[in-house]
Write a new protein. Structure first.
Length: 319
């Protein structure tokens, strides 16, 4: 029964979200049409919508009620932010990928120049959503927190930059480890140092936005004090669990299931949990983090089943 109710919740919120995204995006026929088509391609026609659904679920859990229409512009902002990051991540200068959501990546479909501009346009549109009149009571609180999650020094951009730097270092280390003068030296092992580094990267590159989805959704739902702290803490654990699972799927899944190219992490010397501790230990850690988030949310919010169910799904997702 619980799964049936959640399926109905998810279907209803996703339908409303898709309509809101469609309405917020520029029309494909509006000039410059080529740019607007690329922006729409990067958002519509696919995607799990995890971040906006987490935002909506957190808002409803905090309010203890059903749909909160005022949270929809914030949910759209998170999806536009996410889609911008995917378009730019796929570019040749970064991950250089050809497949996203089961289709050619934006730069393969429209060219690099338009893909860059499409990402820029979606990031701009994300911030425009925060100016929606429905969010006016919380705008002063939402804007700086949203920008912090998207940017630097503790947000997504900072995590992406650290990820690039770590990949370069890992590539150099792989070629020179045998000749390293540090071999045999006492102190933290390379694995221990790398695990701390990859955790810090994941908490910023992926975790910061997921944490903000729960926290800012909670703000719109009226959460304050301890209840807001619980959402932030749960979001922090959930964000890390999400990325650890992503690391595992890059190793264990295939393109048809993922909708994107697997095996990219190893090919690009990415620091990942499976590379450092193995697949089994990675899955165990992701489950521990998800369970901790579930426990805190369940103890704090009486009407949070959609949020709890989303958390359960993220820990055992297959794509």
């Amino acid at each position: 029964m619980r799964n049936t109710l959640f399926a109905a919740w998810r279907e209803g919120r996703t339908r409303a979200l898709e309509a809101a995204l469609e309405q917020a995006l520029p029309a494909a026929s509006a000039a410059p049409a080529s740019l607007h088509k690329a922006m729409r391609y990067g958002v519509l026609g696919g995607g799990k919508r995890i971040r906006p659904l987490l935002c909506l679920a957190a808002a409803e859990a905090a309010a203890g009620s059903g749909p909160l229409p005022e949270a929809m512009p914030l949910a759209c902002a998170f999806e536009f932010l996410h889609c911008y990051s995917l378009i730019h991540d796929d570019l040749p200068a970064l991950d250089n990928d050809d497949l996203r959501r089961g289709r050619p990546t934006c730069h393969r479909q429209f060219g690099e120049a338009l893909a860059i501009l499409a990402g820029d346009g979606l990031l701009t549109l994300a911030f425009a959503q925060l100016g929606d009149s429905a969010l006016r009571p919380w705008t002063a609180q939402l804007l700086p927190s949203f920008a912090a999650a998207a940017g630097t020094p503790e947000g997504m951009l900072a995590g992406q930059a650290a990820d690039i730097a770590a990949s370069i270092t890992a590539g150099i280390s792989a070629n020179s480890a045998a000749d390293s003068p540090a071999a045999g030296r006492a102190g933290p092992s390379g694995a221990e140092i790398s695990l701390a580094t990859v955790t810090a990267i994941h908490r910023r590159k992926t975790g910061a936005v997921i944490r903000a989805c729960l926290t800012l959704g909670g703000v719109v739902g009226g959460a304050k004090g301890k209840r807001l702290q619980v959402l932030e803490s749960a979001g922090n654990d959930l964000g890390l669990a999400f990325q650890i699972t992503d690391d595992v799927l890059d190793v264990t899944s295939d393109a048809a299931t993922l909708g994107k190219s697997p095996g990219k992490d190893a090919a690009q010397n990415k620091l990942t949990y499976p590379a450092l501790v193995g697949i089994g230990a990675s899955l165990q850690q992701a489950q521990i983090l998800a369970d901790a988030a579930l426990a805190r949310l369940g103890e704090t919010f009486e009407h949070a089943e959609p949020l709890l169910q989303l958390c359960r799904e993220l820990a055992r997702r297959t794509k």
